[in-house]
Design a protein around this ligand. Structure first.
Ligand code: AHR
Length: 480
């Protein structure tokens, strides 16, 4: 079947921060997965070289840490300075112990090794505004203040320059520790944390907690919009029922949620002018962006270690690529972090025998290489996958970058091939190369010994892309 795709003009830069990742002190995401001093894989900093090598293939732009839910009990001072003086605690959230050995400095080192911008999440549940402000000072302070000097005494002369700071995590969630599941409590306390943190370093960017609930989002934006740079939204799709197309079932609802939040953001000025000078720090200077700072497929009701150890299949890679298409197409989205990077609902797996990639790593690798630059408008009518009621077979996004037009097409239908007929892009020659990624069936998985992902490359001359069933096609076309 042939589908006409009309490509419009380029209309703004896609944020490279949509290619972010997240790590948490949960099971073996960090301990064993990333940090394994003494192991054959570790470098001099105790960080696994094999894992870094794989992560560099998809080069996350931002890395979020230390949680997640764990931040409810996380005290940064436990995990800085000499290792022998660090404080171990029981991991109240995910079980086992909360090791302080991979703390702020080790996290910054990891970010530098993989080229990611660090993003820290502060503890609003059992921490204080003062503790959060001190963390900002420890990371970014340049003068003679106690915490800037403390960092230097730990061997780090230069500031860490941490720009992104999450003001809590999923604070609406009643089962989590803390009192902030009440939106008024969240707003009241978030403001005090932000004041202390922005007074310490006025250049930091704050990420406040949003969710799928309209009343929460409206209240948070109404009261905090002047001091908020990003609005967080977490999204986990499910595969609990075992239906082939199940993760795609929530796609439309998620898109509607994004549209609703961006509508709400649009009610506020792009740049805040009217701000009481007695706050003594500058208000927001740019439009608020949505940060989907946790996203993935996760069956959290699974009793086995909270379902945190899934083996992802090829269908899940198509879902991940579709999410990236959505992030590219949506100007309101300024950041997105796949949760989590290693071992826990993760694209990278690592154990004592080595490290390997799951299926969901492949879209990240190819998109990071090709799908950056200016967003190009895409118009087409997608057929629906037979028997699913409303799931669209095709997901498409396009960007323009350095004289090239890159179009990503995901055919989520495992029973049908399509021909995409591209038109409307004024300078496009219609000539180019297409990388086609396929798996060996929807339920194919990668293992430590073998990847199920197959890459083929084809030339196109007439702007028509043949898109096989269950595939990701990335076309690169050149200007005339
Ligand atoms: O990523 C796993 C968990 O999912 C995080 O700790 C929490 O923020 C979310 O509910």
């Amino acid at each position: 079947m042939a589908i006409d795709v009309n490509l419009g003009d380029a209309n703004g830069q896609v944020s490279s921060n949509i290619y972010g990742q997240f790590i948490e002190h949960a099971l073996d995401c960090i301990e064993g997965g990333i940090y394994a001093p003494g192991s054959v894989y570790a470098d001099d900093d105790g960080i696994r070289k094999d894992v870094v090598g794989l992560v560099q293939r998809f080069a996350p732009s931002v890395l979020r840490f230390p949680g997640g839910t764990i931040m409810c009990q996380y005290h940064w001072k436990d995990a800085v300075g000499a290792k022998e003086n660090r404080v171990w605690r029981k991991n109240l959230i995910w079980g086992g112990e909360l090791s302080p050995e991979f703390g702020t400095a080790e996290f910054i080192r990891l970010c530098r090794k993989i080229g990611a911008e660090p993003m820290l999440c502060i503890n609003m549940a059992s921490g204080t505004p003062e503790e959060a402000g001190d963390w900002v000072e420890y990371c970014n302070g340049t003068g003679n203040s106690y915490y800037a000097r403390l960092r230097r005494s730990h061997g780090f002369e230069e500031p860490f320059h941490v720009k992104y700071w999450c003001i809590g995590n999923e604070s609406y969630s009643e089962p989590d520790m803390g009192i902030h599941h009440n939106v008024d409590c969240y707003i009241r306390d978030a403001m005090e944390f932000i004041k202390r943190m922005k007074l310490t370093d006025g250049s930091i960017k704050t990420v406040v907690v949003g969710c799928g609930e309209k009343n929460w989002n409206n209240a948070v934006l109404r009261k905090l919009h002047a001091v908020t740079d990003y609005f967080s939204l977490h999204y986990y799709a499910s595969t609990k029922q075992g239906r082939v197309y199940e993760p795609f079932e929530g796609e439309r609802q998620f898109q509607e949620m994004i549209e609703e939040i961006s509508g709400c953001i649009n009610e506020y000025p792009d740049k805040v002018q009217d701000f009481n000078p007695w706050y003594r720090f500058a208000p927001r200077q740019d439009k608020i962006k949505i940060a989907v700072d946790e996203w993935n497929i996760w069956n959290y009701e699974n009793n086995d270690t909270y379902g945190l150890k899934p083996v992802y299949c090829w269908r899940d890679a198509l879902w991940s690529a579709s999410m990236l298409n959505l992030f590219i197409r949506t100007p309101a989205i300024g950041m997105a972090n796949m949760a989590q990077m290693v071992n826990v609902i993760a694209p990278v797996m690592a154990d004592e025998k080595g490290a390997w990639l799951q299926t969901i790593a492949y879209p990240l690798i190819y998109y990071r290489r090709l799908m950056t630059g200016e967003r190009v408008d895409v118009r087409f009518d997608s057929p629906v996958i037979e028997g699913t009621g409303q799931i669209e077979a095709l997901s498409v996004a396009a960007v323009r970058n350095l004289g090239k037009l890159c179009v990503a097409v995901v055919n989520r239908d495992f029973g049908r091939n399509y021909t995409m007929r591209l038109s409307g892009y004024a300078d496009g020659s219609g000539e180019g190369d297409v990388t086609v990624l396929t798996g060996d069936g929807w339920d194919a998985v990668c293992s430590r010994d073998k990847s199920c992902v197959k890459e083929t490359n084809i030339r196109i001359a007439d702007g028509e892309i043949e898109v096989p069933a269950g595939s990701i096609c990335l076309a690169v076309m050149y200007e005339k």
